[in-house]
Unconditional design. Structure first.
Lengths: 277, 186
């Protein structure tokens, strides 16, 4: 065995994972090579001590909250999955997608060629009557499934611990239809209870698409007094003005008169009352 | 049941099986992140993130691929993503310096225990001084007890290359350790 070969076996030697033949050859070499013997000893001490460093030793445990957070997330994810249609057309299409990149490229290219071919054949100037054809029911079903997938992702992300993930959840919520009450209630909860001001502000913006619903407008009006940050309060007032929510006037009058409320918020409320009247 | 088989079931929709994988792997993953970042709270967030990513990307799991290598690939990506997000923030406070007692042996006297504790603290600082690729390969091979085959799959190289990199990282660690010891005694 050479010195270079010995170096490659050092960690196996320290971990005692060499087979008998390798171990004999290794020991025979270090018995005759002083440099390799010294290096094996020196680095071996460091190797053993590495496992004793506080914070990385096996006795070092994560907090108990980690487990409960994981099970909460898993529960939310399963709930989202159960709410989505099972064995949907979309799942079946995804299952057909190959896992190997080479196949993926091949299938993509083939689909592109087919797409260009079909598109050329079905150009409106050649087949004007096709425009009058109604969308196939499968397409409508597929759209419905994609929509519920987005809903599931939005709801799961909004329950995440990381503010970044919750922000992503809010951005998914934009794609939900305005009739989606589950996403609406998740956004309202986020607006009222999220720890992060940034996430709350994003939720306020996302609620704009649900603004035609009286429930949403009432929840936004009630939320102003609950907020502890002027930034969010001002965003809520602006949203009410944009939605032309005249029913917010009494609450805004109360806010403008309350001296405990931040001065900028009060002046914003006054200006909103004028705009809404 | 093996990790690969369990993840295969998760991939096919039995997401409840992810709980078994969590129980098997959340502690090693936590120690991986602590070793890389020295921040308990952040490491717990990252473990949570890894399991959520595994759920989200479960359909991309190939049962012929090593689960461990796949999971650590996701963990590395999560670690890189958080480092990019936190760039510019003040980081690197070693919360374990003051709070965690150094391991002590009852067989040792108080002076020997103190000396051992100082040695380990020095070794920890030397490890933190290594370039991230050297530090990571030591974390994976020494702290995570990962097989060389899995590390090779994770890093996209041959097993022999992994062994060479571990050896080089140990040499670099030794140099950093003695440099710190020299600074201390000077």
């Amino acid at each position: 065995m050479t010195c270079d070969e010995t170096k490659l076996l050092l960690t196996d030697y320290w971990s005692q994972t060499l087979d008998e033949k390798q171990e004999l050859a290794f020991e025979a070499h270090i018995a005759t090579c002083e440099a390799c013997h010294a290096e094996a000893e020196r680095l071996g001490v460091l190797w053993n001590n590495l496992a004793l460093i506080p914070g990385v030793s096996k006795e070092f445990e994560p907090g108990v909250n980690l487990r409960s957070r994981f099970y909460e997330t898993l529960g939310a994810y399963r709930q989202g999955m159960e709410a989505a249609p099972k064995h949907s057309l979309w799942d079946r299409i995804l299952a057909l997608w190959p896992k190997q990149p080479a196949w993926q490229m091949g299938v993509s290219f083939a689909l592109l060629v087919i797409g260009v071919g079909v598109g050329t054949q079905l150009r409106p100037d050649r087949q004007p009557s096709l425009n009058a054809q109604p969308a196939a029911p499968e397409l409508a079903q597929l759209r419905g499934e994609v929509s519920s997938m987005r809903q599931m992702v939005a709801l799961s992300l909004l329950q995440q611990q990381s503010p970044g993930e919750r922000l992503r959840g809010v951005s998914y919520a934009y794609q939900a239809p305005s009739s989606d009450t589950e996403v609406l209630s998740a956004l309202l909860r986020t607006m009222n209870q999220d720890d992060s001001v940034g996430v709350r502000l994003a939720a306020v913006d996302a609620l704009r698409q649900f603004g035609s619903s009286p429930v949403t407008r009432a929840a936004i009006i009630q939320s102003i007094a609950k907020q502890d940050t002027p930034l969010v309060q001002i965003a809520l007032i602006d949203l009410l003005v944009d939605l032309r929510a005249k029913e917010a006037a009494p609450e805004l009058v109360k806010l403008a008169a309350d001296e405990k409320v931040n001065a900028s918020v009060r002046s914003h409320a006054k200006s909103a009352i004028e705009k809404l009247s | 049941m093996t990790d690969n088989a369990l993840m295969g079931l998760v991939s096919n929709g039995e997401v409840a099986k992810m709980a078994v994988l969590f129980e098997r792997h959340h502690r090693p993953l936590f120690r991986y992140f602590v070793s890389m970042n020295r921040n308990r709270e952040l490491s717990e967030d990252l473990v949570q993130d890894v399991f959520f990513r595994m759920l989200r990307y479960r359909a991309s799991y190939d049962p012929n691929q090593s689960f461990t290598a796949w999971m650590y690939q996701i963990a590395r990506n999560a670690n890189v993503d958080q480092a990019q997000k936190r760039r510019g923030e003040v980081v690197g406070i070693d919360e374990f310096d003051d709070r965690r007692p150094e391991p002590a042996s009852e067989a040792m006297g108080p002076e020997e225990n103190a000396a051992r504790g100082q040695d380990l603290a020095l070794l920890k600082r030397a490890l933190d001084r290594l370039p991230s690729d050297k530090k990571e390969i030591l974390v994976l091979s020494r702290f995570q007890d990962m097989k060389y085959e899995d590390i090779a799959a994770l890093l996209g190289c041959e097993v022999g290359t992994v062994k060479v990199r571990v050896f080089r990282a140990m040499r670099a660690l030794e140099q950093a350790y003695f440099a710190l010891a020299g600074e201390k005694s000077a």
